[in-house]
Ligand binder design. Structure first.
Ligand SMILES: [Zn+2]
Length: 312
């Protein structure tokens, strides 16, 4: 583990100190200079339309891009982002989402009484392809670099949010949603739910449904209980305010390692991977460092990250 940590940290340093940062600044200055020049020349040229803008392609009008060209362009952009963000390998591309979503069931040993009428609780989605699902919880750290990284690398993830943290900055998660990330329910205050009455649990879960709907215009279908702890009341309360499924996790990514639920200490097709919105205040690195470490494990084991909502 010391080895992994070392690699991860030296990976982390690459983006920060001295050389690269200075070079980035220099590059930005050059870019700013170019933009100013482009603007000036745009003014000077006056009426000539389309001149000077980035990506201007001449007057003839380009032939429409084929799907293959678009894909190749996207792959090249992701490869460039892989280098920029210091990832060990280019993330693998997930297969197209299934036409029909898999039939879910509750994991053995995770049932409550009357489970058949309640939302399913599971740690792995039943799929055959080598995909895993990245889910990020709570909402403490609000790192703009993380949003940029995930967009540039085109890595899908789902957020499970708790209002006591999210309410510090609803806009951060609005930007996340705009990038295509689904926002799900992780209660108002992150309590240990089995210690609460049905009505108190209902307040925690349904109250968060209302807040996400009000803030982000969409009522979540998915709910994850804090610490993965729940009882029958939890699932009843969740169902009563529109929750359809309760995805837990089968692996957890930390800043320096991945922990596994199974004895084989490995990933499996359809595993849900948990991590948290945490930064240097909570652990020894940034969100970007954590993603770099998690993707190193996921990619080296031959898995692509797919979008949970395409399967549930
Ligand atoms: Zn949590």
């Amino acid at each position: 583990m010391g080895q992994v940590r070392q690699n991860e940290q030296s990976g982390g340093r690459r983006l920060h100190p001295g050389g690269l940062l200075r070079r980035t600044r220099a590059a930005r200055l050059v870019a700013a200079g170019l933009t100013a020049a482009a603007l000036l020349s745009g003014c000077a040229l006056g009426t000539e339309s389309g001149s000077g803008g980035p990506g201007a392609t001449g007057q003839a009008g380009p032939a429409p891009e084929t799907k293959a060209q678009r894909l190749a362009k996207k792959q090249a952009a992701i490869a460039a982002a892989t280098r920029r963000w210091g990832l060990a390998q280019v993330p693998l591309t997930a297969p197209a989402p299934p036409d029909a979503k898999p039939t879910l069931s509750t994991r053995d040993g995770f049932e409550v009484e009357g489970q058949e009428d309640l939302p399913h609780v599971f740690t792995t989605v039943p799929v055959k392809e080598r995909v895993v699902f990245l889910t990020i919880d709570d909402g403490a750290e609000k790192d703009p670099e993380f949003l940029r990284m995930m967009k540039e690398l085109d890595i899908p993830y789902s957020a499970f949010l708790s209002d006591y943290l999210v309410s510090e900055d609803y806009d951060y998660f609005r930007a996340m949603q705009k990038q295509g990330t689904a926002l799900h329910n992780h209660t108002l205050d992150h309590p240990y739910l089995p210690g609460l009455s049905y009505e108190e649990q209902r307040h925690q879960i349904c109250g968060m449904q209302d807040i996400i709907e009000k803030q982000y215009g969409k009522r979540p279908r998915l709910f994850r209980p804090p610490y993965g702890n729940y009882n029958q009341d939890t699932l009843k309360a969740a169902k009563s305010c529109g929750i359809e499924a309760v995805p837990l996790w089968n692996a957890e990514a930390f800043i320096d390692r991945v922990d596994y639920r199974e004895w084989d200490r490995d990933l499996h097709p359809g595993d849900i991977v948990l991590t948290h919105f945490r930064g240097t205040g909570q652990w020894d690195g940034t969100m970007v460092d954590m993603v770099r470490q998690a993707m190193k494990v996921i990619t080296s084991k031959g898995y692509a990250v797919a979008r949970l909502e395409d399967y549930i």
